[in-house]
Ligand binder design. Structure first.
Ligand SMILES: [Fe+2]
Ligand SMILES: [Fe+2]
Length: 377
């Protein structure tokens, strides 16, 4: 190919300190020579690879549960958990299809299991969580610890742990949301996957032993140690989480950007539940409409309770219970409860632990219009 037929990349900006080199026949020939050496002139791409601020390839998306649910249930007739490994419909952001990401470096999907079904035990370098959407009798076993799960419960399957999911024979079909950092771990080229030699783990402890041991507010079990880099709690139940939000709302106005919000934490450190993924639950009080802000980090929300809308980069997304939506890095966002009488609750997971660990967290409040965005035309 010749220079005449292919326009060469040259990202010029007429700003002091930024690359602004005009093409000449001599330079174009020089760039061609560099290309044969698998090299290039930085000034042609510097403005592209070093943007002034984060430029997310992800787009804001709302996945309506009413639209997805029947397709998720249909997968039950189409594939078995044995053959599929995991029977999951994943959320594929139009800007992130190459990575099978729901947003940024986060993966998410909806998994369905019928009563009596058990998935094979496995382990991977990606950290994972699940948030239960519907059904009864669901359980997860993590390194021999079996946990029973109900709607709006949140469970961890951290990096490297053996884990499997199932539904009790006398339960109801269960659907839950999976969240993992697969795109991040693959980008770091550090992902391993293993299937358990016995296909199923032995339950080695009393059922729900970890939440009974570590999940008592303000109390630490005497003589018990925990040195792993993730929360020993493993499961966070809905009832005490909602209760905590209601109690916190009596003591605080909460955040102007997030309403009454509490993070799920490792009770031993106060830090995030896992090394790469954080999670929180926030309550928007009746009629509450938050101010907009933006920050680094990618966020996936599931509506745990109520109905309302969020405005993301000027676009309005109306949601109700079980809908899922994403907020890409550095996108303006604000949330509004649609009810004047009931609260609305949003579950979120995110890659904030990565942002904080690498010193990359930045946050900014929306300045004009009383802190709220104008809708894009
Ligand atoms: Fe897994
Ligand atoms: Fe936010």
């Amino acid at each position: 190919m010749t220079n005449a037929s292919v326009a060469r990349e040259n990202y010029r900006e007429d700003v002091a300190g930024r690359a602004n080199v005009e093409d000449t026949p001599e330079l174009l020939a020089y760039y061609d020579e560099l290309e044969t050496l698998d090299a290039g002139a930085l000034w042609t791409v510097a403005n592209k690879i070093e943007p002034w601020q984060p430029k997310s390839a992800s787009v804001p998306v709302l996945w309506r549960y009413d639209d997805l649910r029947e397709h998720v249930l249909r997968s039950v007739d189409l594939v078995s958990p044995e053959k599929a490994g995991r029977r999951v419909i994943y959320l594929n952001n139009p800007g992130r299809r190459d990575f099978a990401a729901a947003v940024g470096w986060l993966y998410s999907g909806l998994q369905v299991m019928l009563p009596g079904e058990v998935a094979s035990a496995h382990a991977h370098s990606a950290s994972a969580l699940r948030f239960i959407m519907e059904g009864t009798g669901a359980y997860t076993i993590v390194d021999g610890h079996k946990m029973t799960l109900g709607a709006n419960d949140f469970v961890l399957t951290p990096n490297g742990t053996w884990h499997e999911h199932g539904v009790a024979g006398d339960g109801l079909p269960c659907i839950w949301q999976d969240g993992l950092d697969i795109p991040l771990v693959n980008t770091l080229e550090a992902n391993f996957y293993a299937v358990h030699a016995d296909m199923q783990q032995t339950v080695a402890y009393p059922v729900d032993d970890m939440i009974n041991t570590w999940g008592n507010s303000g109390l630490r079990p005497h003589g018990r140690e925990w040195s792993k880099p993730y929360s020993p709690l493993l499961k966070y139940e809905w009832a005490p989480t909602y209760e905590a939000l209601l109690r916190y709302a009596k003591a605080s106005d909460g955040s102007p950007f997030d309403g009454v919000m509490m993070s799920y934490v490792n009770p031993l450190t106060g830090g995030p539940v896992m090394q790469t993924i954080g999670a929180s639950m926030q309550m928007l009080r009746p009629g509450e409409h938050t101010r907009a802000h933006r920050h680094t980090g990618s966020f996936i929300y599931q509506v745990a309770k109520g109905a309302g809308h969020s405005i993301i980069d000027g676009k309005r997304f109306d949601w109700k219970a079980r809908d899922i939506f994403c907020v890409p890095a550095w996108a303006w966002h604000e949330h509004a409860n649609g009810s004047e009488s009931d609260d609305a609750c949003l579950f979120t997971f995110n890659d904030l632990p990565v942002m904080h660990a690498l010193g990359l967290y930045r946050e900014e409040a929306f300045g004009d219009n009383n802190g709220q965005q104008r809708l894009a035309a």
